[in-house]
Design a protein around this ligand. Structure first.
Ligand code: PNS
Length: 175
């Protein structure tokens, strides 16, 4: 646990891909905490559209000017990662009531695992309450515009992936 003169928060997620909703939460978090670490889950069980390395590189590009935003990857238990980083807060975004049940379960499980790490929920700006990585991938893969929904480097990355022969967003990838 850090001393209370320096607050470090971890903002974990799949970020497959990073959306402007995530960026909104990160920017809000950066105002509240001395350092916010965007922690990208490396999950061998899922088949993501972007590799962890691709997600890491893009997110680092997006936040290159923001000194108190760090981007990292992690595997294993989130609370173990948070403890290693000496973070006392986990930040999660809450878009709508539909997020609540899953988020409540995770927050309470994480508290059970490590009671001194607090989960803090933040609401994104209204235009992002309907934005999810899953829908961005679906809309983009079907030829719809994702303008304004993702940072520019992510849109570039989506186009590059899309132009590859054999590109297909599978059900698994959409999750
Ligand atoms: O953006 P996501 O996919 O909703 O993020 C989910 C994430 C990464 C926060 C969650 O799956 C997680 O923390 N995974 C790490 C493993 C872990 O700690 N599981 C127990 C959580 S209660």
């Amino acid at each position: 646990m850090t001393d209370h003169t320096s607050r470090l928060a971890v903002y974990p997620g799949s970020f497959d891909p990073l959306t402007n909703g995530h960026v909104d939460i990160i920017e809000r978090g950066a105002k509240l905490f001395d350092l916010i670490v965007v922690a990208i889950l490396v999950n061998a069980d899922k088949a993501p559209l972007f590799t962890p390395e691709e997600r890491l590189a893009t997110a680092r590009d997006v936040f290159s000017d923001q000194l108190n935003v760090e981007v990292d990857t992690f595997d294993g238990l989130l609370v173990d990662y948070a403890e290693r980083r000496q973070a006392d807060v986990i930040v999660r975004g809450l878009r709508a009531i539909s997020d609540f049940e899953y988020e409540l379960q995770m927050a309470l499980m994480n508290r059970r695992l490590k009671s001194d790490i607090e989960t803090v929920f933040m609401m994104p700006a209204e235009p992002y309450t309907h934005v999810s990585s899953r829908l961005v991938k679906e809309v983009f893969s079907l030829g719809g515009s994702v303008d304004g929904l993702v940072p520019d480097p992510v849109e570039v990355q989506l186009r590059a992936k899309h132009s590859r022969p054999g590109f297909r967003v599978s059900g698994d990838t959409l999750r």
